[in-house]
Design a protein around this ligand. Structure first.
Ligand SMILES: Cc1cc2nc3c(=O)[nH]c(=O)nc-3n(C[C@H](O)[C@H](O)[C@H](O)COP(=O)(O)OP(=O)(O)OC[C@H]3O[C@@H](n4cnc5c(N)ncnc54)[C@H](O)[C@@H]3O)c2cc1C
Length: 397
């Protein structure tokens, strides 16, 4: 296939889930890509990830679903519990139900497996050049193109630059000067356990969601079912950057002293926890400026209560490549088209994630009312309530 967009490649800053997906999506549409990643393409968060059918449908469009699914797990349901009483409140079916309704699976997997699957596919595309240890520290825009510069003096030339550089994006300032993520007052703790060590009900092939006042816990199988991933989110904590901070286990466990014995014993089993401060960012007035546009967490970080941040980044990738393709590689036409396809969707998911967070952490009489309503809902009705989120092919172009 002839390269699109002339001889100049599309530059992507950031080789996380969004950047790698974008490289694949563009390459499949005939564009040449140079992807600049500040690390050695390592996914070091040591954590799991859930991918709803909107994400797996987009991965299928990228031609990577089969490889990724081989490392993943297909949970049969989400079990919702009240964390204080320990009572199971509702069961939302996943597995075949999701596949039948949305035409794509619900998967849980290790982030490193998702990242490695995307990276391998990038490496197999001749039109994608990967540059590691390249931190974009400067950008020079000209009439004819754009140059991304690294601190060590290296540079890369392209026709446009996609900022897929995550929550702490430095390219965001180009489109929205002064926009900074603010600490959401919540902290996520993550751990992995061998699944064979986990007693019932944690050996079940499901996602477990324990709802408590001011905190919740999610667990699900990863690594094809060999390990169990735990994510606990609690109100409070100190704002900090990055994934790789070791958490103080005793401080975490103190938040769960009032919880029922089964989730407490699960939390006790994990020896090593990593901490992540949650941040929110107001919707940006625009994602693009000149030859630069943003994607994934750089454009619209999402609180993790709906497990949708990476899903949105993968959807963005498909939509951006489709827009550039439809506009013959002309970014001046394609960027507004991409934003029109994606902004409302991203803002809707951001808002919904905040609302779910509040619902998960209710205390007092509101908690009891929530529980009652959940107990009255049929599982299938619960699933159908996510149609707006999971059935969205048209919004990716
Ligand atoms: C606790 C928690 C749980 C979550 N669970 C889920 C889930 O279950 N499902 C889901 O879909 N999402 C989930 N998310 C969200 C998801 O992790 C993010 O939305 C997703 O990783 C965003 O991808 P990205 O590519 O935009 O950014 P990132 O994954 O952050 O990637 C950015 C990349 O850019 C690189 N980079 C940064 N600056 C530069 C630079 N100047 N030059 C070059 N490279 C640079 C970084 O090294 C990194 O590789 C969760 C998030 C949290 C906090």
């Amino acid at each position: 296939m002839t390269a699109r967009g002339g001889t100049s490649p599309v530059l992507i800053a950031g080789g996380g889930i969004g950047g790698l997906s974008t490289a694949i999506a563009l390459s499949r549409r005939g564009f040449r890509v140079t992807l600049l990643e500040r690390s050695a393409f390592a996914e070091e968060s040591g954590a799991g990830i859930q991918l709803g059918p909107n994400a797996t449908r987009a991965l299928r469009q990228l031609g990577t679903l089969d490889a990724i699914e081989a490392q993943a797990f297909r949970p049969e349901a989400i079990w919702l519990f009240d964390a204080i009483s320990g009572k199971r409140l509702a069961t939302m079916p996943l597995g075949d139900r999701v596949e039948e309704r949305y035409g794509a699976p619900y998967l849980t997997l290790h982030r490193a497996d998702l990242h490695a699957g995307l990276l391998q596919l990038c490496q197999s595309h001749a039109s994608i050049e990967l540059k590691s240890d390249f931190e974009v520290t400067g950008v020079e825009e000209r009439d004819a193109g754009i140059t991304a510069c690294a601190a060590d003096g290296r540079s890369a030339e392209g026709s446009m630059l996609i900022g897929a550089d995550g929550l702490w994006s430095s390219l965001r300032a180009r489109a929205a000067p002064g926009a900074m993520p603010r600490f959401a007052g919540q902290t996520a703790w993550r751990a992995l356990l061998p699944r064979a060590q986990a007693p019932s009900p944690y050996d079940a092939p499901v996602v477990g969601l324990w709802l408590g006042p001011g905190a919740h816990l999610v667990h699900y199988p990863v690594r094809g079912g060999k390990d169990l991933n735990l994510v606990a989110v609690v109100e409070g904590g100190e704002p900090a950057h990055g994934w790789n901070q070791q958490g103080d286990r005793a401080a975490l466990l103190a938040n769960f002293a009032r919880w029922a014995e089964p989730p407490q014993s699960l939390l006790n089993m994990a020896e090593s926890w990593r901490v992540w401060s949650l941040h929110r960012l107001r919707p940006l007035p625009r994602w693009s400026a000149g030859r630069i546009t943003l994607l994934g967490d750089a454009a619209h970080p999402v609180l993790p209560f709906l497990a949708q941040g990476a899903a949105l980044a993968i959807e963005d990738a498909v939509a951006l490549a489709a827009s550039l393709d439809a506009c013959g590689g002309d970014r001046a036409l394609a960027f507004p088209r991409y934003e029109a396809l994606r902004r409302k969707r991203a803002e809707q998911v951001q808002r919904a994630a905040e609302q779910y967070g509040r619902l998960y952490h209710l205390g007092g009489p509101a908690r009891l009312l929530r529980n009652l309503l959940l107990e009255r809902r049929r599982g299938v009705t619960l699933l159908n309530g996510f149609d707006w989120l999971y059935a969205v092919e048209s919004r990716t172009g």
